[in-house]
Each structure stands twice: as structure tokens, then as C-alpha cells.
Design a protein around this ligand. Structure first.
Ligand code: AMP
Length: 393
């Protein structure tokens, strides 16, 4: 006999061929769209640049600014369900998308992660530790924060910074002077900064966790992340950390996801200290560069999982099938990668984003390298002689 409850139609499930609207046409949108289309969904994206990386693989692109209410309305009217690939979405656009279509991820988590202070408070409210910090708005608060935190510290803008932009390391009293000057100029405009204690971390790691409306919560395996000049260079999966840290980092990710009633993906970047202590550094409510390894390592990639989560389908298997190391292809690496591509080892999977303009430090693509162990994968990347791998073991 057919079980009627199993056949019941659920209004919160979006089945193919529903149309998924993606706000933002960059590489994250592109990789979401590729997975969505493979699953039989239609995709429409909104981006100000014609023929955007996502627009190239979507059914259609609306060319409009991200703050255009008219563009957002068009997206809402064309899509059954909406998601985004970046977090700097204005409240009016988010409200319009929520009112005129369905935005399963909601606005609350976006709002928190748009601002470092709000984000840190939300992390602390979930019972998770962040590095010691103070909010600073003026010279006096700089002195008082330095008194509490000691040197060195990192000063960060509360909004809009990424890949180390909008950040200043202050190592000594001599370096405070120019910072105070900057604060004097900008502080009068009502700006607030976050001053953070410098964390002498042993590793940087991240965990991407997915959760859907039926309450399934699934953390991906932990990745170990190596940055160069504040830009992610390598993600190594599985991370070379103890079982205890792996368990604690995974537990932290699930606790954050549950506490924030996450729908979709949440990427959680963490610092690991020598004594095993973890501090959460940053959150991103979307697929993340440090999760690109999942495309080759896991049965379900972060992009497929995101689509499953927002459409309220069951979450996929995320265990690591093969150790994988991801290396970013920045503008300065692209010509070399293309030159070497015709003779590249078959264990190298190349992902290029279709960006028209090549600029130094711009993320143009990535390579996922699979091997029996991560050490061999790193050696394979070294053998290409494209990246500066001097400090990397
Ligand atoms: P963020 O934009 O906060 O992710 O910072 C970019 C990078 O700067 C991080 O991935 C770290 O490598 C480094 N960083 C940021 N904050 C700190 C800190 N408090 N202590 C040490 N390194 C940091």
C-alpha cells in the first residue's frame, strides 16, 4: 500500500524544473547554477556585468545593479525560489525578494554577517569563542582597546572588507599614529572599526555546514586553509589536525547552524591555537572558496548541497572519498595554467570561471588535485612550478 504521508506534497519543497534566481553572477553563482541545471532546475541570475560567469551558464541573466529595486523585482517575478552568492545585499532588495518570491535563507543571517560586530555578537550568543576584540570609533577608544588587548592587534572595517582589504596590523605604538589619523577622518562620519587581538594561530581551518527547512544539519569535512597575502591559496582536505580538534570544529559548526536556524550553507572560518583552542574568525552564509575541494573530494559538492538545502531536498552524503587539495588560480597564474593544461596530469581538475578581464590577484579559477594522500597532492601542485610554494609542506 502507498503510504500517503510519503506522497504528501510539501509546499516548502522546490522540485525541478522550478526556477532558481541567483543574486550575483560571479563564480559562486556559476558553480551553484551548474549543479542546479544538472539537477533539472532552471536558473536566472542578476548581475550588472553582461555575460557574467553565472550568466554564461544560466538560462537567463538580468543585467542590473545589485541595489536596483526594479532589477530585484524582475528577478523575484521570474524565479520560484531565490538565493544569493554574496552577503552585501541591501535591506530593501532583500525585503522585496522575500515579499515577492521566496528567500528560504531569510534576511536575519545576512544582516548579521554583513557587519563584523553584529557577526561576533551572534557567534558569542551561540556560545562560541571569538578572538578578544573591541569596537572602536575614536582615538580614545583606540588607546583603551590597545590597553586591554596589547600589541599586536588587527584593525578591521566592520563592513565591506574581504581578502584582507580594510585591515591593518598594528605591531607597536609607532604604528598607531597613522591609524588614529585615519580614524579621526573617518570616525567623524560615524564609522566603527573592530580591533582584534592578533591570534598566533597554528592552523586556519574552515567547516561548511548545510541545513534545510526540515532541520537536517550536515557539516562538511574540515578543510585546512593556507593564505598568501590574505588571499586563500590552498585548501587541504582532510585537514592535518588531531581528531579532537576535528570533532570540536565540527561541533562548533553544527552549534552555530542550529543556533542561527540556518537554511542553506554557512562557511565558518576558524583559528586553531597551539593548545587546541578554537576561535571563530569569520562567517559566510553561502558557498565558500575553502569548500571548492568538495567538488572532487565528496559525493555531494558544497554547491549541490546548497541547492538541496534551499529547495528543502534531503541533504547529500559529504564524506571524503578521495583526499583533495584545492589551489586558487589568480590572474597572475592563468597564462601558466593554460600553457601547461594540454599536458596536465589527469588527477588535476581544472575549474575556470569565464571572467573576461584578467587582473593580478583576481580569482580566475581553481584546480582540485586528488591523490592517495594530501602530501602527494601538494607535491603534484609544486611540480607544476606555477605557484610560490616555498613555505608550504
Ligand atoms: P579576515 O578578512 O578576517 O578573514 O582576515 C583575513 C586573514 O587575515 C585571515 O585569514 C588571517 O590569515 C588573517 N587574520 C585576520 N584576523 C587575524 C587575527 N586576529 N590574528 C591573526 N591573523 C588574522
Amino acid at each position: 500500500m502507498i503510504n500517503p504521508s510519503k506522497n504528501e506534497e510539501r509546499s516548502d519543497v522546490f522540485l525541478p524544473p522550478s526556477t532558481i534566481g541567483i543574486l550575483g553572477g560571479g563564480q559562486l553563482g556559476r558553480m551553484m547554477a551548474l549543479e542546479a541545471r544538472e539537477m533539472g532546475y532552471r536558473v536566472i541570475t542578476l548581475d550588472p556585468t553582461e555575460d557574467s560567469p553565472c550568466g554564461q551558464v544560466a538560462d537567463r541573466q538580468i543585467v542590473a545593479r545589485f541595489d536596483s529595486l526594479q532589477g530585484a523585482k524582475q528577478l523575484a517575478q521570474s524565479a520560484d525560489v531565490i538565493t544569493y552568492e554574496f552577503e552585501n545585499i541591501g535591506v530593501q532588495v532583500a525585503e522585496l525578494l522575500e515579499n515577492e518570491s521566496t528567500l528560504p535563507q531569510g534576511y536575519t543571517l545576512l544582516y548579521k554577517t554583513q557587519n563584523r560586530l553584529r557577526e561576533k555578537k551572534a557567534i558569542e550568543q551561540a556560545g562560541i569563542s571569538v578572538a578578544p576584540y573591541r569596537a572602536v570609533r575614536c582615538e580614545e577608544e583606540v588607546d583603551s582597546a590597545l590597553h586591554d588587548l596589547g600589541y599586536p592587534v588587527v584593525l578591521k572595517t566592520t563592513e565591506g572588507g574581504y581578502d584582507g582589504k580594510g585591515q591593518w596590523v598594528i605591531r607597536s605604538p609607532e604604528e598607531v599614529h597613522p591609524i588614529k589619523k585615519m580614524l579621526k577622518n573617518e570616525g567623524s562620519k560615524g564609522m566603527t572599526w573592530v580591533m582584534e587581538a592578533w591570534v598566533p594561530f597554528k592552523h586556519e581551518i574552515s567547516c561548511i555546514v548545510a541545513r534545510n527547512a526540515r532541520g537536517e544539519c550536515q557539516p562538511f569535512p574540515i578543510a585546512e586553509n593556507i593564505h598568501q597575502e590574505n588571499i586563500l591559496h590552498l585548501s587541504v582536505a582532510p585537514a592535518r589536525i588531531s581528531e579532537e580538534i576535528r570533532r570540536e570544529a565540527t561541533r562548533t559548526a553544527v552549534q552555530l547552524a542550529e543556533s542561527m536556524q540556518l537554511i542553506g550553507l554557512l562557511a565558518i572560518e576558524m583559528f586553531v591555537l597551539d593548545d587546541g583552542m578554537l576561535y571563530v574568525n569569520e562567517l559566510a552564509p553561502r558557498p565558500h572558496n575553502s569548500g571548492h575541494y568538495t567538488q572532487q573530494a565528496c559525493l555531494t559538492s558544497q554547491f549541490e548541497q546548497h541547492i538541496r538545502a534551499i529547495c528543502n531536498l534531503p541533504l547529500g552524503d559529504v564524506s571524503i572519498k578521495q583526499p583533495t587539495v584545492m589551489v586558487n588560480i589568480l590572474g597572475e597564474h592563468l597564462a601558466d595554467v593554460l600553457h601547461k593544461l594540454p599536458n596536465m596530469d589527469p588527477s588535476f581538475k581544472v575549474h575556470l570561471y569565464g571572467k573576461a578581464e584578467v587582473r593580478p590577484k583576481r580569482k580566475m579559477g581553481h584546480l582540485n588535485v586528488v591523490a592517495d594522500d594530501v602530501h602527494t597532492a601538494i607535491e603534484k601542485i609544486q611540480s607544476l612550478h606555477i605557484w610560490n610554494m616555498e613555505a608550504i609542506q
